[in-house]
Design a binder for this molecule. Structure first.
Ligand SMILES: [Zn+2]
Length: 384
């Protein structure tokens, strides 16, 4: 070995990856009041800035977003909350406008926030001071500017080289507090895995079974159906109660908790299922379908219910972090209509046919498995 290679060993390149730890935390009544105030100030500032941008634009045809400092004179209560959170509102509004002007079709124009429809949240970025960072994690909670120490359930520790970037504080409808703590982590770029036909899985979205893969398998769905029955029971009971009464409030809380439960079940399922597939296979081919459009076409708004879009996204990053390929097959590729036996395309195939007979070669075809296998082959051909 020469001295040069010893100094510069062929190390894989390092990249930056972001990881978020989501912790439930328990503020004191004073802290909860300040958090509530911060939510309110962020919403107020967003709306104020947005209306000023619109007025300024109407008068001058120019795009200008004033800074938070400008508003503190007319709204002194803004001084009581962390100014960092207000800066983030400014950045978010800027980003929202940039996105909108870059791709008006994909992103809507920034909207006003209402207390009722918008989720309560604010984000604070970590700053390095001479005395140390402004935000840090301890064994039983985390420290934030203005709020001080917040007691939390720390179920997972960051690794030694992770650097804390920001904290997003959220309150759920049922009144639980969560902090999403983002870390920047250096990772070695994984060796790219070259997919083969045997080690590649095709996944076809299925309305009833979530997906059918090229092996003919479907996942075990979580017991969402039973949870939904319970949800409608709670809803029915709520509708018979007197609005605003003590019992009504109690029942409403039950409803919120049940909604959260279903969302948690779904998220848990999506993460476990995508993890299982990403570890077991070298590449996955999925149709790059627009699920909102699919829902409209099939007149089945619950296409989005099980979160297939989120599933694809989880699958993509879980594969990519292992150097594996996530292959998005062109959404107009005729995966379902093409017969695997002879390759002819059956243009007359109905969207609801589960089994069909090939008009050319007479093969009996199971729609979903056929589509999944075609997706796998089309995906592999796409990257070859
Ligand atoms: Zn055929």
């Amino acid at each position: 070995m020469t001295a040069e290679t010893a100094k510069n060993p062929a190390q894989p390149e390092e990249t930056t990856q972001y990881t978020v730890l989501k912790l439930r935390f328990y503020p004191s009544p004073e802290q909860a009041a300040l958090i509530e105030k911060t939510f309110g100030c962020c919403r107020y500032l967003w709306n104020k800035m947005l209306s000023d941008v619109q007025e300024f634009y109407a008068a001058t045809d120019l795009q200008y977003i004033p800074t938070p400092a400008r508003y503190k004179k007319e709204a002194p209560f803004l001084k009581e909350v962390d100014s960092q959170a207000l800066c983030t509102v400014h950045q978010n509004l800027r980003r929202a406008f940039l996105d909108f002007f870059r791709a008006p079709g994909a992103f809507g124009a920034p909207q006003f926030k209402t207390k009722k429809a918008c989720r309560d949240s604010f984000t604070v970025y970590c700053r390095e001071y001479r005395t140390g960072p402004s935000i840090y994690l301890t064994a039983d909670g985390f420290q934030m500017p203005k709020l001080g120490f917040l007691r939390a359930k720390v179920h997972r520790r960051p690794l030694p080289r992770w650097a804390l970037v920001s904290v997003t504080v959220r309150k759920t409808r049922s009144g639980k507090y969560f902090a999403a703590i983002a870390f920047k982590c250096p990772v070695r770029q994984p060796e790219p895995v070259v997919p083969t036909a045997e080690r590649t899985l095709g996944l076809n979205y299925s309305l009833n079974r979530f997906y059918v893969d090229s092996e003919g398998n479907s996942p075990d769905l979580p017991g969402v159906a039973r949870s939904k029955e319970k949800l409608s029971r709670i809803q029915r009971k709520l509708s018979r109660m007197q609005y605003g009464s003590g019992n009504y409030e109690k029942q409403l809380q039950k409803l919120r908790l049940q909604h959260e439960r279903i969302a948690n079940q779904r998220r848990d399922f999506i993460h476990k299922e995508s993890r299982r597939i990403a570890n077991a296979w070298d590449a996955v081919c999925v149709r790059d379908a627009d699920l909102a459009e699919l829902a409209r076409r099939l007149k089945q708004p619950n296409v989005l219910d099980l979160g297939f879009g989120m599933f694809r996204e989880c699958l993509r990053y879980k594969l990519e972090r292992q150097g594996k390929a996530y292959i998005a097959v062109d959404r107009f590729a005729p995966a379902a209509k093409t017969c695997r036996a002879c390759g002819c395309v059956n243009e007359k195939l109905d969207a609801h046919d589960k089994v069909w007979t090939c008009p050319h070669c007479g093969a009996e075809i199971s729609r979903e498995v056929n589509a999944a296998r075609n997706l796998r082959d089309m995906g592999l051909a796409q990257i070859a």
